[in-house]
Design a protein around this ligand. Structure first.
Ligand SMILES: Cc1cc2nc3c(=O)[nH]c(=O)nc-3n(C[C@H](O)[C@H](O)[C@H](O)COP(=O)(O)OP(=O)(O)OC[C@H]3O[C@@H](n4cnc5c(N)ncnc54)[C@H](O)[C@@H]3O)c2cc1C
Length: 289
């Protein structure tokens, strides 16, 4: 599938993204809903939720099942890929995933929050040895040594791919259960990464039990820092700065849910998803005149 064009690209299939995609389809727009993992793995872990109106004492998985079924009944195009970068263009945004390119007239960011703090040095070395996408950047490290730090099992495929082209791959799984074996060239390391060091380029990863000399470090989280997906996006602290209509500083880009800040609650996420998509539709309508 290549070069697909949509009215609205919704990045993230948690409560905020599903809500935006649902109303977008009800309003007859072409919606691409990007979700690279299980819909809100975070919420799927919730034992009991008892503060969402109309769904008393529901489990996290039970709630997500209902949200997903309701949204998918309206047939948005669900794309099980991770959006790595969004490039604003004249009339269209171009969205890159590790395997495809898509185009959309507007974008709604519903990526949730980055659940781990960034490593010391991570921001400074982004693009100078730090990457969030092995498929995109792996070839720069052919015959070199790299580390992969992963908070999801998705990182195993990325590390295996790097194992085919790099000299040594040190895989640091930060989740349970940890893999016990991987392809040759990939070493599983049980250690906690602490910081990234180097001069102009990454040179080493410092962990709690020593250090690893590497040329590149790939970091896999469920959600990446959002400013890396869309450079130039204005933040307020760690979250996306939005107006009451959920617009951001970039025309045609909206945001909703946890990625816009507290309270980190489902009702806020679904409500903001609705406001964001209505604002995006308003923007499209105005442009069409
Ligand atoms: C254990 C637990 C219990 C909770 N209990 C409650 C509760 O009782 N009541 C309540 O109101 N709230 C509760 N919450 C909070 C609630 O889960 C969040 O507020 C809500 O899930 C936010 O929804 P969201 O759509 O903004 O983000 P998320 O649910 O985090 O969804 C974001 C989605 O985007 C996807 N994604 C991220 N980046 C990309 C990308 N680049 N490309 C493609 N997909 C991407 C992720 O895989 C994820 O599925 C709880 C949270 C936890 C962890």
């Amino acid at each position: 599938m290549e070069d697909q064009k949509f009215d609205i690209a919704v990045i993230g299939g948690g409560p905020a993204g599903l809500s935006a995609a649902l109303t977008g389809r009800v309003r007859n727009k072409q919606i691409a809903l990007f979700e690279h993992m299980n819909h809100s793995e975070k919420l799927q872990k919730a034992h009991i939720i008892d503060n969402y109106l109309g769904m008393p004492k529901i489990t996290g998985p039970g709630m997500m099942q209902q949200f997903v079924a309701h949204c998918m009944a309206h047939q948005p195009t669900l794309i099980k890929e991770k959006v790595v970068t969004v490039f604003p263009g004249e009339d269209m945004f171009t969205l890159l995933t590790p395997v495809n390119t898509y185009e959309a007239r507007t974008v709604i960011l519903t990526t949730g929050v980055v659940s781990t703090t960034l490593f010391k040095g991570e921001k400074a070395f982004l693009g100078r040895g730090v990457s969030y996408c092995a498929t995109c950047d792996g070839m720069f490290y052919r015959e070199k040594d790299v580390a992969v730090i992963s908070y999801t099992s998705e990182g195993e495929q990325e590390a295996e791919y790097l194992g085919e082209i790099c000299r040594n791959v040190f895989y640091f799984p930060q989740y349970k259960p940890q893999p016990t074996a991987m392809r040759s060239g990939v070493s599983i390391i049980t250690a906690r990464p602490c910081s990234i060091e180097g001069d102009t380029q990454v040179e080493k990863l410092i962990v709690d039990q020593g250090e690893y000399k590497v040329n590149g470090i790939f970091i896999m989280r469920q959600s990446d820092p959002v400013e890396n997906i869309l450079p130039g996006l204005e933040l307020e602290g760690e979250v996306i700065k939005v107006n009451r209509d959920m617009s951001t500083n970039i025309p045609g880009v909206y945001a909703a849910g946890d990625c816009t800040g507290k309270p980190w609650q489902i009702a806020k996420a679904t409500g903001e998803g609705l406001v964001a998509v209505l604002s995006a539709i308003n923007y499209l309508d105005k442009k069409a005149k």
